[in-house]
Design a protein around this ligand. Sequence first.
Ligand SMILES: *[C@@H]1O[C@H](CO)[C@@H](O)[C@H](O)[C@H]1NC(C)=O
Ligand SMILES: *[C@@H]1O[C@H](CO)[C@@H](O)[C@H](O)[C@H]1NC(C)=O
Ligand SMILES: *[C@@H]1O[C@H](CO)[C@@H](O)[C@H](O)[C@H]1NC(C)=O
Length: 496
Amino acid sequence: MRNKRRSDSMVSSRGGGGSSSLCKPSFSTILRFFIVLILFIFIFNFYSRGILEDEQNLNVSQQLPQPHDKLWEAPFSDGLHSCLNPTSKYQALQGGDHYITVRSNGGLNQMRTGIADMVAVSRMMNATLVIPELDKRSFWQDKSIFSDIFDEDHFINSLKRDVRIIKKLPQELDSVPRARKHFTSWGGLGYYEEMTKLWADYQVIHVPKSDSRLANNDLPLDIQRLRCRALYHALRFSPSIETLGKKLVERLRSRGGRYISLHLRYEKDMLAFSGCTYGLSDSESEELRLLRENTNHWKVKKINSTEQRIAGLCPLTPKEVGIFLQALGYPPSTIVYVAAGEIYAHLSDLTSRFPNVLFKELIATEEELKAYSNHASQTAALDYIISLESDVFIPTHSGNMARAVEGHRRLLGHRKTITPDRKGLVEIFDKLESGQLNEGASLQHLVKHLHQKRQGAPRKREGAPDGIRGRARYKAEESFYQNPYPECICRSKHRT
Ligand SMILES: *[C@@H]1O[C@H](CO)[C@@H](O)[C@H](O)[C@H]1NC(C)=O
Ligand SMILES: *[C@@H]1O[C@H](CO)[C@@H](O)[C@H](O)[C@H]1NC(C)=O
Ligand SMILES: *[C@@H]1O[C@H](CO)[C@@H](O)[C@H](O)[C@H]1NC(C)=O
């Protein structure tokens, strides 16, 4: 509205100038009158066209702020910025002839954060890191190697001052015995200093699992910043993924200017793993139960879906997402990009409210996506880029992807991330279901109120909730990569 106000005041000051000679209309008064009239017509035309274009959902949002700006604006970030450079105490790398080889486990973001941790571990243990092997056995069965997903040379070069990284273990070391070491989860500096004792007997340590090997908190500032440099700068996606990702972002923007990226984690593996069957048919529930029972590495087999849902542990269903977005105030014309693999079912419950729900397959050509089929991690990388660049990111479940994108958005200037309060929402949805509540103003009020403080505004990383003791604390803390503030986000004058 800023532009409009400015033009309005321009018009009225000119009009005011003409009023002094109003009683005796001279040629110049009439001329001024016409100038004002023409200006009015021009401005009216301009804005009515703007409004019309808004309604037709064209690409004008950048020039004409809409009354719905609050829906899209990033939270106030108060002069905070990222600060990833090392402190003045940071020593240049000496480079060692001890080596760490790693097998990363999990999906794309579990591997990314695990690799960033391994960079920091290598630094703490004064070791050379061999480019990690990626998980080929997880649910996603992706055969991609490191350089298929990441820009390998960039990774090596951009961490040159921090850790020596090499593509392959030197051939003469292939045959030496390696220590196979499952590092404890959530280890600290003391633990890894202790682990350097292994170098007395071994030249190579193999780490079969990379996720959550490093504590979230209480590590030296320079180690925390190194984790940030590794994840946010060094682990860039391969040029072909970056290029296509950016192209897809542009295509989404050309449709409506702004878009929501919805991490709709309503996928088969998640539903089976979490035991969430709310809203599904009996046969669908049965299919998921069998998948859970037949997947060896999912340890919990008997799950009460009702209890899971009440505890806020289930991903929102497509129908619930639709109600949620509407209650937040997003108009039906909103562009909603679904950052996910295959949605299990019931997507029409969302598209009936938001017809502009878009998938990769709708914004990329078959040719463009061909290289990515059967490569779940590479497709996930595209989703990551699109979610990072979105105006609003909404994860429907708190997984590795949701956490990684949220943290990265915080680092890039606290871009808006709306985290559904699933426990609170389930209560509201159940009231809707039972008729105690209707969709409308009171629902909007409840939902907006519940999410006022869940929009990604700056705050320091949370510790473990009170009452959790011992090692369980480490796991209960907010993840470092979900919120790298304060270590990698600063208020100082000097941007680093
Ligand atoms: C790191 O290792 C190298 C040799 O592997 C050694 O020369 C150097 O002193 C070590 N640095 C530290 C800080 O332990
Ligand atoms: C939409 O807006 C963006 C940014 O202003 C611009 O780069 C793009 O070319 C526009 N697309 C269309 C179709 O006008
Ligand atoms: C699941 O939990 C709910 C709520 O605690 C309970 O009412 C229901 O009987 C349980 N269902 C089964 C199959 O145990």
